[in-house]
Design a protein around this ligand. Structure first.
Ligand SMILES: [Zn+2]
Ligand SMILES: [Zn+2]
Length: 378
């Protein structure tokens, strides 16, 4: 839900640098190269994401791609995974330990690390047998966390941004809207740390959707390249922006939906596309499941969505009516309605708006600045 953001601390030097960038009208920056997108995850440019946690995994299969090698470290021992020999390993939880199986060999450890040769980022496939399989580019760590396995991928910032834009955008999204989404996603990674204790971000809407990195040459990669390093700032500090699928015609502030104030105050703006083409929905839920659900209250919506699913209550903009032993919800919009509206951004891009215009429409009084590295902005 992207609702709470820790304050971002900036050094004086960084504030000055950002101010200089803002005064230099940095929104008119030329497109920059994407050279490091598939290079190693640098320590100062890395995003640490817990992946596939929604599935409560107890077993993973890690596989090396054709022609590439992965090195799996389990305690003092290591296994080379490559197509010419053993290409995959199974990691299972066993109490507070892990059991690694690869070609009849069995290793025990409390932690497993997987990377390319030289501990570099590498392509790999992570699979929960019978449930899901996904490809990543980065380094991987697997360890027990209570009854399940925690799988943490460390990936380059720009690769992470591309992976979010690909997950968050419909295939026909116009390029300028993809660029706006890329800047929002990057800003979130740069300024949104602190919602989890053991890693930076999860891969669900609690933080940002993150799936496989898009293929080189795709429009998503082009959008990420064209905005490389650009983030949103408010009063010279980068902030983690909230965004929503469809706003219902006018965006809202966190306070309007019962959420705490954020680093960026948000300002309600009209969204012409959603005003003309509102996404209307109805839903009927048993009275006992509606619980404490209230209109314009994101916290009660999230609580109910966790119990019975997002489709039961797609937005917080609805009216309630009793209908026998059920409650009838009649609503508009999709998501919390705060910040950039993805439907509206797509329509603005189709009518000729650039990504800067889109971002400054949905995040009034913000600036688009070049980020100088996560560690340097704290
Ligand atoms: Zn999260
Ligand atoms: Zn909208």
């Amino acid at each position: 839900m992207r609702s709470r953001f820790p304050p971002t601390r900036f050094s004086l030097a960084c504030c000055l640098a950002l101010l200089l960038l803002i005064t230099a009208n940095s929104i008119h920056l030329a497109p920059v190269a994407y050279a490091r997108a598939h290079g190693p995850a640098r320590a100062d440019d890395a995003v640490i994401v817990s992946v596939l946690g929604l599935f409560h995994p107890r077993e993973f299969v890690v596989t090396a791609p054709p022609g590439r090698a992965l090195i799996l470290h389990a305690g003092e021992q290591s296994v080379v995974l490559e197509n010419s020999g053993v290409s995959s390993a199974t990691v299972r939880i066993d109490g507070s330990e892990l059991i690694v199986s690869a070609e009849g060999q069995e290793l025990r450890s409390t932690k497993v690390a997987v990377a390319g040769r030289g501990n570099e980022s590498a392509d790999f496939t992570l699979e929960i047998p019978g449930k899901i399989q996904r490809q990543y580019h980065g380094t991987l760590e697997i360890r027990p966390a209570s009854a399940n396995l925690l799988s943490i991928v460390t990936l380059d910032l720009e690769t992470a941004v591309a992976s979010v834009v690909a997950a968050e955008s419909a295939p026909d999204t116009p390029l300028e809207a993809l660029k706006a989404q890329a800047v929002a996603a990057r800003s979130y990674f740069v300024a949104g740390q602190g919602r989890h204790r053991d890693f930076g971000f999860c891969d669900t809407t609690h933080c940002q959707f993150l799936r496989a990195a898009p293929p080189a040459g795709s429009r998503v990669v082009a959008a990420v390249e064209a905005t490389r390093g650009l983030v949103l700032a408010y009063e010279a500090k980068s902030f983690a922006p909230m965004y929503t699928r469809s706003c219902g015609g006018r965006t809202r502030t966190p306070a309007q939906v019962g959420l705490p104030a954020a680093a960026y105050p948000y300002f309600p703006v009209d969204c012409q596309y959603c005003r003309r083409h509102p996404v209307r929905w109805t839903s009927s839920v048993p009275e006992h499941q509606a619980g404490s659900l209230r209109a314009s209250d994101e916290t009660s919506r999230l609580a109910m969505a966790r119990r019975i699913g997002w489709s039961a209550v797609p937005s917080n903009d609805f009216s309630l009516a009793k209908d026998g032993d059920r409650v009838l919800l009649t609503g508009v919009g999709n998501g919390h309605g705060i910040g950039l509206c993805q439907a509206g951004a797509g329509a603005m891009a189709e009518s000729g708006a650039g990504f800067q215009e889109i971002l400054l429409h949905y995040y009034p009084n913000s600036d688009i600045v070049r980020h100088s590295g996560p560690n340097r902005s704290e």
